[in-house]
Every structure is written in C-alpha cells, then in structure tokens.
Design a protein around this ligand. Structure first.
Ligand code: ATP
Ligand code: MG
Length: 259
C-alpha cells in the first residue's frame, strides 16, 4: 500500500494556435513522468484524438471516450485505457467529442465538467496531463478550469507569438473567476532548429514575453519525435537515445522540481 495519499497535480498543455507541439508535448512529457516513476493519466480533450492514437489506442468514432464521462453517465474508470507503459493511462478522445462543446453550452456550471470528472480519479495518479485542441472553445475552457498549472508550447517559427495575447487574456479571465489558483508553469520552445537563425530570434522573443517563465528544456526539431506517434509510441519507447527524447526527459525533471 501507499504510505501517502496521492493527489495528482493537474497540468494543462495549451495553445490556441494549431500544430505547435501540444500533443507531442503532452504525450512525451507524460511518458517521461511515468518513466521517472510517477503514475500518470493523459486526458485527451481534442476531438482530433491525436494524443489517443499517438499512444496506440485506436477507437471507433463513438466508442467509449471522454465524451461519455463528460456528458454521459459513465464513470471515468470505465473509459480509461492502459498505454504501452506501466503506470501510464489515457482517458481517450474520439471524434464525437466535438459535439460536447455544443452540448455544454446550455448546461449548468458548464466550465467545471472536466474538473468534476478528474476529481473522481485524482487520488489514483501523481500527474494528470491534459492535451487540448487548437481553439479557445468550451472544451479548452474546461481544461483551463481543471488545471493547476499550464505548459504553453511555442513553435520556433514565424508567427510564433501570434494569438498568444489572446491566450494570455483568456487565462487571466479564467483566473479572475473560474480558477483563481491557475499558474503558468512555463512556455516551452518547440521544434527548435539550432542551424536556423529564426529559431534563435523566436526563442529570444519568447523569453522577453515570458520573463523567467520559459522552460530551460528546449525541444529540438526531430524526425523521431514526428515519426513516433504513427507507430502508436512515445519517444521513450520509439527512440529513447534521441535528442528529442533527452529534451522531454529534461522537461519532465523540470516539472517534477516545480510541482
Ligand atoms: P493541434 O493544434 O492540431 O492539436 P499540436 O499543437 O498538438 O497540433 P502536434 O500535433 O504535437 O501539435 O505537432 C504538429 C506536427 O508537428 C505533428 O506532425 C508532429 O509530429 C510534428 N512535431 C511536433 N513536435 C515536433 C518536433 N519537435 N520535431 C519535429 N516535428 C514535430
Ligand atoms: Mg494536438
């Protein structure tokens, strides 16, 4: 048995901009938290279900998924799946979850439904990591309301800072009413290419915009990181000696120190 009661830290991986490395970060951060001995649950709140399939869990469109515990009467335990790593589970998404944003609009306390679901299983894990889709819709608001701290991946590319202002004001809004404790753990530089001067420029810009709140770990652009999910594997399983793997391990270590 345990000599302490676990109460998961809840980490939201968020950025309304698409394709910046949210899912890659959520899955590989979770994998390394797990590899470092933590019990981890990844919660996929994106109807695209990239995090789910990236962990080798393949569901039919309306097969039991987050939708059924968010909106329906299912207990989360009935929906949670194991991944290929011991102590690392996933609360999967499927395409019908897209309907949830619409259905939630007319229910009471619509911003708190995910938080209520996670409260039921919070004592089973050390970390719950939430992957969000590229929008500021009701599912993302639910992620922000349920999270204690946020990791904000920023791609080292043109227009990296586009939309960050809107994200930060949404975070402030959520803090002022729904979730006063919400922290920004840090911005995370992703797809960094050290041979490209632009990457360095973007990194400098981001450090100016998030003073003291940019993770030391920088995620390099890496073919292995891009390929792993198509095999249903995290980088820890697919190519643990790669630079990308080392970077996500370092990020997990930073998160453990912070939390
Ligand atoms: P969405 O907004 O659609 O949910 P996202 O922010 O979750 O996107 P990812 O799916 O993680 O972004 O990444 C977008 C694409 O970039 C994917 O094809 C992914 O494999 C690739 N990618 C992510 N990180 C890296 C990296 N460090 N190096 C190379 N490719 C990467
Ligand atoms: Mg994604």
């Amino acid at each position: 048995g345990y000599d302490y009661c676990i109460m998961a830290r809840i980490i939201g991986v968020i950025n309304a901009k698409g394709g910046v490395g949210k899912t890659t970060t959520a899955n590989n951060l979770s994998a390394y938290l797990s590899a470092l001995g933590k019990y981890v649950l990844l919660v996929d709140t994106d109807p695209q279900a990239n995090a789910t399939t990236g962990l080798g869990v393949y569901l039919k469109d309306d097969h039991l998924n987050l939708y059924h515990t968010l909106i329906g009467d299912y207990e989360p335990d009935a929906i949670i799946r194991k991944t290929g790593m011991l102590g690392f589970d996933v609360l999967p998404a499927a395409s019908n979850l897209a309907g949830a944003s619409v259905e939630l609009v007319n229910v009471e306390e619509r911003e708190f439904w995910l938080k209520k679901v996670l409260n039921k299983i919070r004592t089973n894990y050390d970390y719950i990591v939430i992957d969000s889709g590229p929008s500021l819709g009701m599912l993302t608001i639910n992620s922000l309301t349920a999270s204690e701290g946020l990791v904000i991946p920023v791609q080292c590319e043109y227009y990296a800072l586009e939309g960050l202002g809107q994200l930060l004001s949404t975070i402030d809004l959520v803090r002022s009413s729904l979730n006063p404790q919400l922290q920004i753990y840090g911005a995370l530089l992703t797809m960094y290419d050290k041979r490209n001067a632009l990457s360095q420029q973007v990194a400098d810009e981001v450090r100016k915009n998030f003073p003291g709140r940019v993770f030391e770990s920088v995620i390099p652009r890496s073919v292995s990181l891009a390929a792993a999910p198509s095999f249903g594997k995290t980088i820890f399983q697919f190519d643990p000696d790669s630079k990308g793997a080392q970077a996500y391990r370092q990020l997990a270590e930073e998160i453990i120190k912070l939390t």
